[in-house]
Design a protein around this ligand. Structure first.
Ligand SMILES: NC(=O)c1ccc[n+]([C@@H]2O[C@H](COP(=O)([O-])OP(=O)(O)OC[C@H]3O[C@@H](n4cnc5c(N)ncnc54)[C@H](OP(=O)(O)O)[C@@H]3O)[C@@H](O)[C@H]2O)c1
Ligand SMILES: C[C@@H]1O[C@H](OP(=O)(O)OP(=O)(O)OC[C@H]2O[C@@H](n3cnc4c(=O)[nH]c(N)nc43)[C@H](O)[C@@H]2O)[C@@H](O)[C@H](O)[C@@H]1O
Length: 316
């Protein structure tokens, strides 16, 4: 891809979008375009159309979405369904109508059925029921995958969907109500440590298993997808390794240096029991994750300590 290509990164200030921006800048791409949600509300179809006509992007990377952990997904089903469909519909349809040939859509591993065989292969999509806590978000993401697939099938454009596993890293959301588990644990263990090793309350039973990918690996996968033509429409992005939430808690507790008790709040949902990605399709295409979970957690805790006064806390 030419370094002067006009690349629009929707959601360029988010955890993933900002990592993609840094990765592309680092590789010498010099025509990157980004707008905050205040400058351009992607739910507004007319505003999106005007923006595309003015800025004339040649490639679109969609990292803008209403994002949150299990509780936010469960408590705000309408926002997770409707805002995500509005944002992605406006981006995908406008890009297509403006003649843009390359579009990268980011979904999530929760698009796969709750009790699908493990590891999750791309072909398991729509084979049975979804996990109820996040089916709203999952359905929105599935419509995005299908919109890109339809454009590829009907118009032969390189519109692809990458399905990341659970992501973490710098610029994550550390709000204890709306965040994902990994940043929540970093904050909870850190705050409990400085309050004299108070007990830490975590959600659910600790038995569900999850896979975690560092956001810089995710950004690297997006750059790879940008620089290569893909033959198919849907690719999982992950490490292919998972661990239980209890094991994750022990790892983060050790990294942070907390020495107190862990209490499991069984009134909070567990979510899907397991969602390990089969990453062989992406690996056969030539891409693999590089950052080890332990190293990524150390790096993220260090980032948290350095940015403690300005950490993002998304309210809903
Ligand atoms: N985090 C994960 O674990 C994870 C896992 C799998 C997939 N993903 C996918 O990765 C993508 C990025 O997620 P993330 O973790 O980076 O989320 P994030 O940090 O919350 O960033 C999302 C970005 O979307 C933008 N946005 C939201 N609503 C908007 C609107 N109406 N108009 C314009 N911009 C809007 C926000 O822009 P402003 O900052 O300007 O408001 C925000 O920066 C999403 O598609 C998500 O589904 C994330
Ligand atoms: C990647 C995203 O993952 C989300 O699912 P999901 O992995 O369960 O989302 P998380 O919120 O990361 O939770 C993962 C697991 O960690 C447990 N957990 C334990 N303590 C905590 C805590 O303090 N905070 C949080 N947040 N969890 C906690 C939680 O019950 C669940 O079993 C989906 O809802 C989204 O749609 C999306 O797909």
């Amino acid at each position: 891809m030419n370094k002067n290509t006009r690349i629009y990164i929707a959601g360029h200030r988010g955890m993933v979008g900002s990592a993609i921006w840094r990765a592309l800048e680092g590789k010498g791409y010099n025509q990157l375009i980004g707008k905050t949600s205040k400058e351009l509300d992607l739910k507004n179809q007319e505003a999106v159309k005007n923006f595309f006509e003015k800025e004339r992007p040649e490639v679109v990377i969609d990292a803008a979405a209403r994002v949150g952990g299990i509780l936010a997904n469960n408590n705000y089903p309408y926002q997770f369904l409707m805002e995500n469909m509005q944002i992605q519909n406006n981006l995908i349809d406008t890009a297509h109508k403006q003649g843009i040939d390359k579009f990268i859509f980011l979904g999530s591993s929760c698009i796969y059925p709750k009790l699908a065989p493990q590891p999750l292969k791309e072909e398991y999509l729509l084979t049975s029921s979804l996990e109820p806590t996040n089916e709203w978000y999952a359905i929105a993401k599935i419509t995005g995958v299908k919109a890109c697939e339809a454009i590829r099938k009907q118009f032969e454009k390189d519109y692809i969907s990458l399905m990341p596993t659970n992501l973490f890293g710098p610029f994550d959301n550390f709000d204890l109500e709306t965040s994902h588990v990994l940043p929540a644990m970093i904050r909870k263990f850190h705050e409990a440590k400085i309050q004299g090793n108070e007990p830490v309350e975590l959600w659910g039973s600790g038995t569900p298993k999850r896979e975690f990918l560092h956001v810089e690996d995710m950004a690297d996968a997006v750059v790879f997808a940008l620089e290569n033509d893909f033959q198919d429409n849907l690719y999982n992005v992950g490490t292919g390794l998972d661990l239980s939430i209890k094991e994750l808690a022990e790892l983060i507790q050790k990294t942070v240096g907390h020495q107190g008790e862990i209490i499991w709040d069984s009134s909070k949902p567990d979510g899907t029991p397991r969602k390990l990605m089969d990453v062989s399709k992406m690996s056969n295409a030539g891409w693999k994750a590089k950052i080890k979970l332990e190293d990524g957690i150390k790096d993220t805790y260090q980032w948290f300590l350095e940015n403690i006064d300005s950490i993002k806390q998304v309210k809903l």
